[in-house]
Design a protein around this ligand. Structure first.
Ligand code: HEC
Length: 136
């Protein structure tokens, strides 16, 4: 709900192209890149490496179902990265990437997780802060 309000506010403020980006931090403040890196590489929190590889030399097993995250911060703006993590289906309706901060309109959610986003707003901001550092 809070997210819908934020997206609506972003759209109304005219701050950037709201349809392909969420320009404002969900928490009102930018996150911490070091914490974001820990979330991205964590096998039980972010699960990003199930599908993605990236510049993580210490991680032995990395996914190959999705683009390498190296350079993600050059390919997309901060706002585009935020939308991508919050709700990837808004960019690609057929995506296999989970919506990390969306609780409405989801199907096949295990009962324990119903009504809860995978990542909190703070965690989303940490991940976004980290991804913006991944420049080519
Ligand atoms: C189930 C597989 C899967 C998981 C898990 C996943 N992604 Fe993705 N991701 C994809 C796919 C596939 C794409 C390619 C675009 C598309 O199909 O939507 C993608 C695209 C991206 C992109 C844009 C591509 C680029 O590098 O420019 C970013 C950034 C991204 N993912 C970050 C993440 C992060 C961060 C996580 C963990 C919090 C994550 N993804 C978890 C499958 C996944």
């Amino acid at each position: 709900m809070a997210l819908a309000v934020l997206v609506f506010m972003a759209a109304m403020s005219g701050a950037g192209r709201a349809e392909d980006a969420i320009e404002q931090p969900l928490t009102g403040a930018r996150g911490d890149a070091a914490r974001g890196r820990a979330i991205v590489t964590n096998r039980s929190v972010g699960l990003c490496l199930l599908c993605h590889s990236g510049p993580f030399p210490e991680e032995r097993f990395q996914g190959n179902l999705a683009p390498d995250l190296k350079g993600a911060g050059s390919r997309s703006s901060e706002g585009q990265l935020r939308l991508r993590i919050v709700d990837p289906a808004r960019i690609n309706p057929a995506t296999i990437m989970p919506a990390y901060h969306q609780i409405e309109g989801l199907t096949r959610v295990a009962p324990a997780y119903r009504g809860k986003p995978i990542l909190t707003a703070e965690q989303i901001e940490d991940v976004v802060a980290f991804l913006t550092t991944l420049k080519d």
